[in-house]
Every structure is written in structure tokens, then in C-alpha cells.
Design a protein around this ligand. Structure first.
Ligand SMILES: Nc1ncnc2c1ncn2[C@@H]1O[C@H](COP(=O)(O)OP(=O)(O)O)[C@@H](O)[C@H]1O
Ligand SMILES: O=P(O)(O)OC[C@H](O)CO
Length: 496
């Protein structure tokens, strides 16, 4: 029997999942790690803590599956995207905290580039909006603000990468400095048409090419783990950013197939085949996957806070003790209770791209309690999703049904509201780990266990669906209230 190990390095936790040849889950382990918010709008991780969390997750998954490293055919890695790490080659130590995708510290710099009207050029090469979300301005910030960084570059002793690159480098004992085309496509330095680092963009952000990793297909040879880590060497044969991995794991392999993942953030992605769709609604064009040198593209809408809002209710407000409690609380009040949350904690993503916007809760009365706040939190993610789907439809993407995954879709009330507000059929299959499955599929392709996507078995053929059932006029009234609240936050942002 051949087994595959997926490493899913997410924003708040690292997971290791072992699959058998039929892609049924054999064992898994999840390890949370610390989030750092040192200043307003800043979000950091300790790259060494991430590395430790991955080691623990892999070792515990192997031990609960009672498998040795020898029995693992290949590793697939999938990761939170855009987050950047810079480290010293000779010591293997990060030179600064990792800047997380949610971090907004480079907004001023991005604004200056927008004022120089560089947004269109950058968008046509990378498919991305000029925003602090992406890696380029974060790398630029690290190089300018970390003492000694430029000196290390001069000494050829500095490397930079997204989380996949950092993990591959650590797993291979520094033998490989590589990434895949999907992660590269999120840096804002990668030309998605020509599939290479773009010299004009590198010059604009003042980033030397030699500190960036080599870019491979998603199913490729990314090296071997050093034997001392897990008891033997294991081949790393698949890599993709987590949203792209979810697209693959949800078997969205045909143009028009669409998925939405509700983890820390929410990311809606539609496969557009060999076409790059240029959005008129600030959606992103990005690499869906690259296999055998052939690039498949996607159009994407990103929402920065989804499950993270629920974590905020639990960890910062302390009004719930577990995420699942929100379903019971929200079901206990009417859908049109009048409380609206605009969850712009780290700005608003697509289709607004307002980095400076901040969150609000409005419409509260003396009778408002945690049930209304729980409901407003879940509804805010469903409202934002409905706006994204509408933007996609206006860009010509045909939507009939949507496959959903991620931690938040365990919440059935939330899935029902998604269907109600977006007027779409929502399909939830009985396997919520689409991201890890996608990485396992890639590792199977890269290690020769499977020849092509269509030969990969589906471990979760059963699904449950949610159809719209809300009264249409009530839906319109709720959406109107939501849009009014968003406009207030956007205009507040304009005035500041
Ligand atoms: N029943 C639930 N209702 C609402 N949100 C939930 C529920 N269960 C988990 N979540 C949220 O889902 C998120 C975890 O999803 P996951 O896919 O593991 O995220 P990530 O990969 O970004 O770390 C958490 O932010 C959590 O708050
Ligand atoms: O950690 P997740 O699953 O919320 O995903 C983060 C995204 O990759 C950021 O673009």
C-alpha cells in the first residue's frame, strides 16, 4: 500500500493528513500556533514556530497512523499564500517575523504606486490588484526595514519565499529553494502570461531576482526531506497555494467549475481553463495550477475575514467558547434582527479593495445580545460572498452551483444563508479537507502514482446541498441594509 502525506500550513494552524491509495484519510494531526498583532493593521507569524508546528503535526500523524516514513510515497505541501519569510542562508534563521497576508502595513507604499498609475501595468502582468495583500510590497518592506538585510543580499546570504518555499527549504535541509507556479502567482512579481519572474516588477519593488526561489509545476520534484526529521527521506512531489489546492481537491478541473473555501478568510475561485479573464470588478486573475508545463487559470474573489470573525468572538470578545456555538445562538433569533456587522478588521477585499476600511457593528438596541452578534457575524460572510458571486457573474462567469469547504461550512445555518443571499445552490460534500486532498492529488501526480487528474479517485462522492428558500423581498431588504452599512464604512474611509 502506498500512502501520501499532505502538509496543510494554514493561517492559524498546521495540519498533516495521511491518505491511502484511494485518498481516504488514514490519520491527521492539527497544531495551532501563535498569531502576533504588534501594531494596528499588522499581522505577523514566527516562521520558526510555523516550522515547529509542521514537524509536530507530521510526527503525530505518522505515529497515530502507525506508519514509518518509508511507507510514505510522497509529500504534498499546501499553504497560506502571500505570507513572506526572509531568512539567512548560512544560519537557517529568519531575519524578521513573517509578514502575514492579512497585514496592511504597506498600504502607504501601495497607495504611492497607485498614484503613479502603475496599477494597470501590474494588473496586466500579474492579474492582481495593487494592494498590501500580496507579497511584493511585504518583501520590499522587509528588505528596507530589517537592519542588515541589504548587506546579507550583497553577501549572497539572504533568501526570501512564501511559506511553501520556507518549508521546502527546511524539510530538505537547505537543499532546495523552490516554489510552484500558484504560489509564485500571488507574489505580484510573477508574470502569469509568461510564467516567469518579471524584471520590470522586480526593479519597481527593488527586489533582486537571486533571492527568489525557482518556480516549478505543481506536480514536480521539490526534493527529499532529510532523513533525520522523520526517520527516513520522503520525496516532496506536489505543491500549491491552499486555495488552488482546494480547487483541485474539489475536482474543479473544467472551465466554469467553482469553489469557495471558508477558513480564516474566504476565497472564491472559478476555473477559467487556458483563458485569463480580465475582471471589471476588481477580481483577480491567477494561476489555478500548472501541470506538465500547461498553465490553467482561475478568477478569484478574496474576503479577508471569514472564520477569523468567529475566532474574534471566541478569543477577543469571549462571548462564545467554541466556533460551533454560533450556529445555535444565531438560530435563536430572527434573520432580520437589524444588527449588521461590516467585518473590515483588516480592510475590505474584493470587490472593494479598501485597505483602510475598518470594522463596525451597527443597528444595536438595548435588547441586543450575543445571539445577534453571532448571527450578524455569520451573515456578514454570507453577504460578502453574495457580492462576490454577483461580481463574478457580471464578469461573465456562469454560476449555477457552488462547492464549499473549509472549517466554517460545518455550520449548516451559515450554508443556508449562503444559498439564501446568493440565490445559488450550495453543495457541501462530506469531506471538508479539500485543501489537503488537492495537495495529495498533486503529490500522487508528481510521484507517478497517478497519470492525470481524471484518473484520481474521489474519496467523497456524497454531498449535501442547500437551495435558496428565503422570501425574495426579505432577501432584498437584508442585502440593501448590508450595502448601506458597507457604504458608510467606505465613505468613512474616504474622509480619513
Ligand atoms: N461551526 C462553525 N461555525 C462557524 N465557524 C466555524 C465553525 N467551525 C469552525 N469555524 C471557523 O473555521 C475556521 C477554521 O477553518 P479552517 O479551514 O481550519 O481554517 P484555516 O485553514 O484558515 O486555518 C476558524 O476560523 C473557525 O472560527
Ligand atoms: O489560511 P487560509 O486557509 O485562510 O488561507 C489563506 C489564503 O491562502 C490567503 O490568500
Amino acid at each position: 500500500m502506498n500512502f501520501i502525506l499532505s502538509i496543510d500550513q494554514g493561517t492559524t494552524s498546521s495540519r498533516a493528513i495521511i491518505f491511502d491509495e484511494d485518498f481516504s484519510e488514514v490519520a491527521s494531526h492539527q497544531q495551532e500556533f501563535q498569531q502576533y498583532f504588534p501594531k494596528n493593521g499588522w499581522v505577523e507569524h514566527d516562521a520558526l514556530e510555523i516550522w515547529e508546528s509542521v514537524l509536530v503535526a507530521v510526527r503525530k500523524a505518522l505515529s497515530s497512523a502507525q506508519l514509518s516514513a518509508k511507507e510514505i510515497k510522497a509529500i504534498g505541501i499546501t499553504n497560506q499564500r502571500e505570507t513572506v519569510v526572509a531568512w539567512q542562508k548560512s544560519t537557517g534563521k529568519p531575519i524578521a517575523p513573517a509578514i502575514v497576508w492579512q497585514d496592511r502595513r504597506t498600504e502607504d507604499f501601495c497607495r504611492q504606486l497607485r498614484q503613479r498609475e502603475l496599477g494597470e501595468m501590474i494588473n496586466s502582468k500579474t492579474g492582481l490588484v495593487l494592494d498590501p495583500y500580496f507579497s511584493a510590497s511585504k518583501i520590499q518592506w522587509l528588505l528596507e526595514n530589517t537592519s542588515g538585510a541589504r548587506q546579507l543580499i550583497a553577501e549572497e546570504d539572504l533568501l526570501v519565499g512564501t511559506i511553501d518555499t520556507w518549508l521546502i527549504w527546511k524539510l530538505t535541509g537547505g537543499a532546495k529553494h523552490t516554489t510552484d507556479a500558484t504560489n509564485a502567482s500571488r507574489t505580484q512579481l510573477f508574470n502569469i502570461r509568461q510564467q516567469c519572474w518579471d524584471d520590470e516588477l522586480l526593479a519597481l519593488f527593488n527586489i533582486p531576482k537571486r533571492i527568489l526561489p525557482a518556480v516549478h509545476d505543481c506536480a514536480a520534484d521539490f526534493g527529499e526531506t532529510v532523513a533525520t526529521l522523520f526517520g527516513d527521506r520522503i520525496a516532496i512531489r506536489g505543491v500549491a497555494g491552499d486555495q488552488q489546492a482546494a480547487l483541485i481537491g474539489q475536482r474543479c478541473w473544467q472551465p466554469g467549475d467553482i469553489k469557495s473555501t471558508y477558513g480564516t478568510g474566504c476565497f472564491v475561485m472559478a476555473n477559467t481553463g487556458s483563458d485569463i479573464i480580465v475582471s471589471e470588478h476588481k477580481l483577480l486573475s491567477t494561476v489555478a495550477y500548472r501541470l506538465d508545463g500547461r498553465t490553467h487559470y482561475a478568477i478569484e474573489g478574496s474576503i479577508f475575514m471569514a472564520g477569523a470573525i468567529i475566532q474574534w468572538l471566541r478569543d477577543s470578545l469571549g462571548i462564545i467558547s467554541s466556533a460551533s456555538e454560533t450556529e445555535r445562538l444565531a438560530a435563536d433569533v430572527e434573520v432580520d434582527h437589524g444588527v449588521i456587522m461590516v467585518p473590515a478588521f483588516t480592510g475590505l477585499g474584493a470587490p472593494h479593495w479598501a485597505a483602510d476600511a475598518r470594522a463596525s457593528i451597527s443597528g444595536m438596541t438595548r435588547g441586543t445580545d450575543k445571539r445577534h452578534i453571532a448571527s450578524a457575524s455569520l451573515q456578514s460572510v454570507a453577504f460578502q460572498s453574495a457580492d462576490l458571486f454577483a461580481a463574478m457573474e457580471s464578469d461573465g462567469v456562469e454560476l449555477t452551483q457552488l462547492k464549499v469547504d473549509g472549517g466554517m461550512v460545518k455550520n449548516s445555518l451559515f450554508c443556508q444563508w449562503l444559498a439564501d443571499f446568493s440565490k445559488l445552490r450550495i453543495v457541501r460534500n462530506d469531506f471538508s479537507e479539500a485543501t489537503a486532498l488537492g495537495a495529495a492529488y498533486l503529490a500522487a501526480l508528481g510521484s507517478g502514482l497517478a497519470q492525470d487528474l481524471n484518473s484520481l479517485p474521489n474519496p467523497a462522492p456524497h454531498s449535501e446541498s442547500f437551495s435558496p428558500r428565503i422570501n425574495p423581498s426579505l432577501r432584498d431588504q437584508l442585502m440593501k441594509r448590508w450595502h448601506a452599512a458597507v457604504s458608510i464604512e467606505l465613505s468613512r474611509n474616504d474622509r480619513m
